[in-house]
Ligand binder design. Structure first.
Ligand code: PLP
Length: 453
C-alpha cells in the first residue's frame, strides 16, 4: 500500500513576504464608518489610538502589502505553519471527501492571534508607544499580545472577561510569564468596570466591557494605547498569511479547495484562511465556497441585522456597519469564549451581505462531539472555537458521503484546546446543552441600536 503524505510543509524562504489586501478586489465599496453619536469630544481622543500605518493598511487599495523584515523574522519563530491532510478523520467519517487543515496552534499563545499581535506591537512600538492595553475573552488574544509586547519591549495590561479568568486560570499565568499584568473584568479599576459590578456582582463580564475598560485606561495615559485583536481590517489583513501559505501547501498536494471553512468570532480567523482563495473567486478564476461557522448562542451572521453599531460598549468608538446582535446582546456563557463577540467585522459582514461568503451556526454539544472525534482521529485537541470549524468540515464531509461527491475541504484549526479542559470535562460529563435564543431577545437588543443608516 502506498504511504499517503499527510503533512505539507513550506521552507522558511517560502513564507509569503506580503499580506493580501482584499479591498483591492472588492466589486463594491465598504459602507463608511460614522462618528460616535453622543460623546462628540471623546471621539477625537479615540482616533489616535491606532498608529497611522495600521490606518493606512485598512484603506489601502493595492493587492499586496509588504510584511516588514522585522515581522517576517519573528513570524519565522513558528511559521510557516503545517498543513495536514486529515486522513484518519476521513476514514472515521467514511467520507469520499478530502479534508485538509491548517494548524495555527503551534506557539505559546496557542492560536492564530499571534499573527496580528506581533504585527500590531511592531507598529505601535514604531509609533513611540510604551504600553498597550487590551481586553481578552477566552485568553488567546491576551496571551498573544503579552508575547508580542514582550518581543517588542512594550508593557502590557490585559482585562480578561471574568468568567474566563476563573475558568482558565493558566491562561493568566501564560500572560504573566510574558510580563503582562492581568485583571478580571469587570474590575473596580475603571469607571466602566465599577459601574458594571453593581449589576454583575459575580463579575462574569463580557468582551465588549473588557474592551471598554482597556480603552478607558489607555485614554487616561499618554504613553498607553488600546489595541484590539480582531475585527479591524488591518487585523484580518495580517491573518491572510494563513491562507496564502495554505494555498501553496495545497498546490504541493496537487489540489485546490472546493470549500474553505473557518470559525467566526469577529472575523480575522475566517478572513485569514479564506481571503487568499476568495481572491480567486473575485477574479473569476474559481468557484470556491467560503463558509464561516458561528455558535448558535451568538448567531450574528445567521440571525443578526446589518446595522450600524459600536465595536465596544463605551460608545466612544466610531460606528461601523456590521451584522450584529446589538452591543447589549447578553451572549450566554459558552465555552468558545473567542466566538462570543456580538458582531462580525465590517469587512466580513459586507462580504456576507453581498452573498460572497456563507454562514452556518451550530450548537455546543455537536461542536464538542466533533472536537473529540477530531482529537481521537488526528491527535490534536482543538480549541472550542476551532472545534466549530472542525464540526463544519465534518458536516460537509458527511453530506459528501450522502451525495457521493468528492469535494476538497480545507479548514483552519485556529488553535489548540489544552487550556480548555474544563470545557471538555463539562462535555464528557454530559453537562452541555443546546442553547435556544428567542427572536424577541435579539429584537430587544437590536432595538437599542443607534438609529442611523
Ligand atoms: C479568537 C479565536 C477565534 C475567532 O477569532 P476571530 O478572528 O475574531 O474570528 C477562533 N479560534 C481561536 C482559537 C481563537 O482564539
Amino acid at each position: 500500500m502506498p504511504i499517503s503524505q499527510t503533512r505539507f510543509d513550506l521552507q522558511p524562504d517560502e513564507m509569503p513576504t506580503h499580506w493580501y489586501n482584499i479591498l483591492s478586489d472588492l466589486p463594491f465599496e465598504l459602507p463608511p464608518d460614522l462618528p460616535p453619536q453622543s460623546h462628540g469630544a471623546a471621539a477625537t481622543t479615540v482616533r489616535p489610538q491606532v498608529p497611522l500605518e495600521l490606518i493606512r493598511q485598512s484603506i489601502a487599495r493595492r493587492a499586496e502589502i509588504a510584511i516588514p523584515e522585522e515581522i517576517q523574522a519573528i513570524y519565522r519563530q513558528w511559521r510557516p505553519t503545517p498543513l495536514h491532510r486529515a486522513l484518519h478523520l476521513e476514514a472515521a467519517l467514511q467520507t469520499p471527501a478530502q479534508i485538509y487543515f491548517k494548524y495555527e496552534g503551534n506557539n505559546s499563545s496557542g492560536s492564530h492571534k499571534l499573527n496580528t499581535a506581533m504585527a500590531q506591537a511592531y507598529y505601535y512600538k514604531r509609533a513611540g508607544v510604551k504600553r498597550l492595553t487590551t481586553g481578552t475573552g477566552a485568553g488567546q488574544w491576551g496571551s498573544a499580545l503579552a508575547m508580542a509586547c514582550h518581543a517588542f519591549g512594550l508593557a502590557c495590561k490585559v482585562y480578561m472577561v471574568g468568567i474566563s479568568y476563573r475558568q482558565k486560570p493558566y491562561r493568566k499565568v501564560v500572560m504573566q510569564m510574558y510580563g503582562a499584568t492581568v485583571v478580571p473584568s469587570p474590575s473596580p479599576e475603571t469607571r466602566a468596570g465599577a459601574q458594571f459590578l453593581i449589576q454583575d456582582p459575580d463579575g462574569r463580564g463580557n468582551l465588549a466591557l473588557a474592551i471598554t475598560e482597556a480603552l478607558e485606561e489607555a485614554l487616561a495615559d499618554d504613553d498607553s494605547r488600546f489595541c484590539i485583536g480582531s475585527g479591524e481590517s488591518y487585523s484580518i489583513l495580517h491573518q491572510t498569511i494563513i491562507g496564502l501559505e495554505a494555498r501553496k501547501q495545497l498546490a504541493q498536494a496537487g489540489v485546490y479547495p472546493d470549500l474553505v471553512i473557518g470559525s467566526l468570532g469577529a472575523g480575522s480567523n475566517f478572513g485569514g484562511i479564506a481571503f487568499a482563495f476568495l481572491r480567486d473567486r473575485l477574479r473569476g478564476e474559481s468557484q470556491v465556497r467560503c463558509l464561516s461557522v458561528e455558535p448558535s448562542a451568538c448567531p450574528k451572521l445567521t440571525r443578526g441585522a446589518y446595522r450600524y453599531d459600536h465595536t465596544d460598549s463605551s460608545g466612544v468608538t466610531p460606528l461601523q456597519k456590521m451584522y450584529t446582535l446589538g452591543q447589549s446582546f447578553a451572549t450566554p456563557d459558552i465555552h468558545a469564549g473567542g466566538l462570543r463577540y456580538h458582531a462580525s467585522s465590517k469587512l466580513i459582514s459586507a462580504l456576507y451581505h453581498q452573498r460572497l461568503i456563507e454562514a452556518v451556526a451550530y450548537q455546543q454539544p455537536e461542536v464538542f462531539k466533533s472536537g473529540v472525534l477530531f482529537a481521537q482521529a488526528e491527535g490534536i485537541v482543538p480549541a472550542p472555537e476551532s472545534a466549530h470549524a472542525v464540526h463544519g468540515a465534518v458536516v460537509e464531509a458527511l453530506k459528501a458521503r450522502e451525495a457521493g461527491t468528492r469535494p476538497v475541504i480545507l479548514f483552519c484549526l485556529s488553535g489548540h484546546g489544552y487550556f480548555d479542559m474544563a470545557a471538555y470535562e463539562a462535555y464528557l460529563a454530559g453537562d452541555l446543552r443546546d442553547v435556544v435564543i428567542d427572536d424577541e431577545q435579539i429584537a430587544a437588543s437590536l432595538a437599542l441600536l443607534p438609529d442611523v443608516e
